[in-house]
Design a protein around this ligand. Structure first.
Ligand SMILES: C[S@@+](CC[C@H](N)C(=O)[O-])C[C@H]1O[C@@H](n2cnc3c(N)ncnc32)[C@H](O)[C@@H]1O
Length: 575
């Protein structure tokens, strides 16, 4: 066991207002392993702190210590009152134990002579870690630590805003934190809090749809991760979350066959872990191998849509261009092998409420700095949600209660000059779907939950179909209206061919011949969808080039040049 006195890099000393702590005895360089310690005693995995096995195990282990070790153990911090030795031991163990990730499931935590002396700071300069490979607790310097400075680690599981951190530190560890981050002047603190809460929110968005999200909407998830990594960098603090985010990015790339970017992301994650966890950590060992050959990852081969080899990393880009390449910030949807009609299930273009930009912030997923220096949209987007209730508020203001793709309830309040009466009232019906261009999240003063404040009448359209109905139509459009590598699929019989004909009324769906068109019309419900597709706004949702922003789109959306058959009779007709 390595003790402070064997290793003059630090000493255990009194720290004003904190009890004892670790002080650097000389300059400690970033990445240095400050300590590497075996537990003095371990806490068995039990249901709770009242489990008799926990107490019995601690008593057994304390009795087996040398007298010197016992004295040091008894001098460790104890937040709990006690009336006898057993309670005292348990109190100390529960106050100062650090997590142990035991693959055999025996130990849950451990008490360490030196590591258990390290105090907390929200802007910690060192990283604590249980290294399963060497079965030791390690602490590494995350930055250069000058002689005489205190070595600090972060006690909490997540990085949250000051108010939450302080409340948790008070309740779980019994102290008021006065670190540099907790002592920032109000405006700086507000910026830091905002970044930390946004990182936290992005965590939820990145993991929300799991593998499904990565496969259906990789660009969208990658943008969340990109934003999170930028926020970590702005916060200017190394955090365990940063390499994890880089590994998330690598997994998105790998799932779509993009080995070039995957390797860069994994290498970046490994270099962070090397500093905070050390070369012998599980994270470094496993991911070093992954960086050599990212195709060994279990997600490789699920999709080939971004296929590259590890050799395809560009060599001649400057730093900014390289980052744009790496994070696919080129504002172009990934190339697919199909002619593009928008898929209404694509979250990049048709986001859920929680993914909409916040009205008060510049969200770089949606906005970019234009040549004029001001921020403007980098793409078009449209919020789709179904009406679940229609409410007339005081002062004749319309409120629509909506349900979005995640099933989340959202209030849409009308601040248009007509306060909502300008809408075609036959369309303001429960079960119909609202499409809102450029929607943003808004915090109403009088409502606890955020909603949408709608001001511009040209940005709303109500479709006379449910949200599910709209998605089902979109699925059919993807299948029967697009040309997949030159092959079209007949909506009537499902056969593929190169020279099918389009329905002359909607000019969307493909058919082999008259018989297939009749089958599509009568048996497969095209009669209904064809009618919906007569609405140029609905056609516009499919046809708009959502990722190319020149100017704001508005309803009515008329994007199709070949749309001349609106007035044709309601029966299947040929082109
Ligand atoms: C694991 S012990 C750390 C070592 C402890 N200072 C000692 O003297 O043994 C955790 C306790 O240290 C104190 N502590 C840790 N970080 C602190 C901080 N930033 N400010 C004040 N007290 C702190 C709190 O009493 C906390 O419950």
């Amino acid at each position: 066991m390595q003790r402070a006195e064997d290793n003059p890099i630090y000493a255990v000393q009194e720290v004003p207002g904190k009890g004892k702590g670790l002080i650097a005895l000389r300059k400690i360089r970033k990445g240095t392993r400050i300590l590497c310690e075996e537990p003095l005693l371990t806490l068995p995995q039990v249901g709770d702190q009242m489990d008799p096995e926990l107490l019995a195990s601690i008593i057994r282990q304390v009795d087996a210590l040398t007298e010197d070790q016992r004295q040091i153990f008894l001098s460790l911090h104890n937040l709990h009152p006690y009336t006898n030795d057993a309670e005292r031991y348990l109190g100390i163990a529960c106050t100062v134990s650090l997590p142990i990730d035991d693959p055999d499931g025996r130990a849950d935590g451990g008490v360490f002579l030196d590591a258990s002396r390290i105090n907390h700071a929200c802007d910690n300069n060192a990283q604590k870690y249980w290294n399963t490979n060497i079965q030791r607790h390690t602490v590494h310097a995350l930055e250069d630590i000058d002689e005489g400075k205190e070595i600090t680690v972060y006690y909490l599981r997540t990085r949250r805003k000051r108010e939450i951190r302080q409340a948790t530190l008070r309740s779980d560890f019994g102290f008021n934190c006065s670190c540099r981050l907790c002592s920032l002047p109000p405006d700086e603190n507000q910026r830091s809090d905002k970044r930390l809460e946004e990182i936290h929110r992005l965590d939820g968005l990145i993991s929300k749809d799991g593998l499904r999200g990565i496969l259906l909407d990789p660009l969208w998830v990658l943008r969340y991760v990109d934003r999170q990594v930028r926020l970590y960098n702005e916060q200017g603090q190394d955090d365990v979350g940063l390499p994890r985010a880089l590994l998330d990015a690598a997994q998105i790339a790998i799932a779509h066959g993009d080995l070039a970017r995957a390797r860069v992301f994994v290498e970046r994650a490994v270099s962070r872990w090397r500093v905070g966890l050390g070369d012998d950590s599980k994270e470094v060992v496993e991911n070093r191998t992954l960086a050599e050959d990212p195709s060994k990852h279990r997600l490789y081969g699920l999709s080939n849509k971004w296929r590259t080899t590890v050799e395809d990393v560009p060599r001649d880009l400057d730093l900014d261009d390289f980052e744009d390449w790496l994070w696919r910030r080129d504002n172009v949807e990934p190339t697919t092998d199909v002619e593009t009609l928008a898929n209404l299930r694509t979250r990049t273009t048709f986001p859920s409420f929680s993914s909409l930009p916040n009205e008060k912030e510049i969200d770089i997923v949606y906005y970019e700095r234009k040549d004029t220096g001001a921020f403007g949209p980098r793409r078009h987007w449209c919020f789709l949600a179904e009406i679940v209730d229609v409410v007339m508020l005081l002062q004749s203001r319309l409120k629509l209660e909506l349900k979005d793709i995640d099933g989340r309830k959202v209030d849409l309040l009308f601040y248009t000059p007509g306060r909502g009466v300008e809408l075609d009232h036959t369309r303001v019906q429960k079960g119909y779907t609202v499409a809102l261009l450029y929607a943003e999240r808004h915090k109403f003063r009088f409502e606890p939950q955020p909603g949408i404040r709608h001001e511009d009448p040209s940005r709303i359209k109500i479709f006379t179909t449910s949200l599910e109905g709209l998605f089902a139509l979109s699925d059919e459009v993807q299948q029967y209206s697009m040309d997949h590598k030159g092959l079209k699929t007949c909506h009537g019989c499902g056969k593929k061919g190169t020279s099918l004909n389009k329905c002359a009324r909607c000019s969307f769906f493909w058919y082999c011949d008259k018989a297939c068109q009749v089958a599509g019309w009568t048996v497969k419900g095209h009669k209904v969808n064809c009618t919906h597709l007569r609405d140029p706004d609905l056609r516009g949702l499919f046809e708009l080039r959502w990722n190319q922003f020149d100017s704001y789109a508005r309803f009515p959306l008329r994007t199709s040049a070949d749309f001349q058959t609106l007035e044709s009779p309601i029966s299947p007709t040929w082109i």
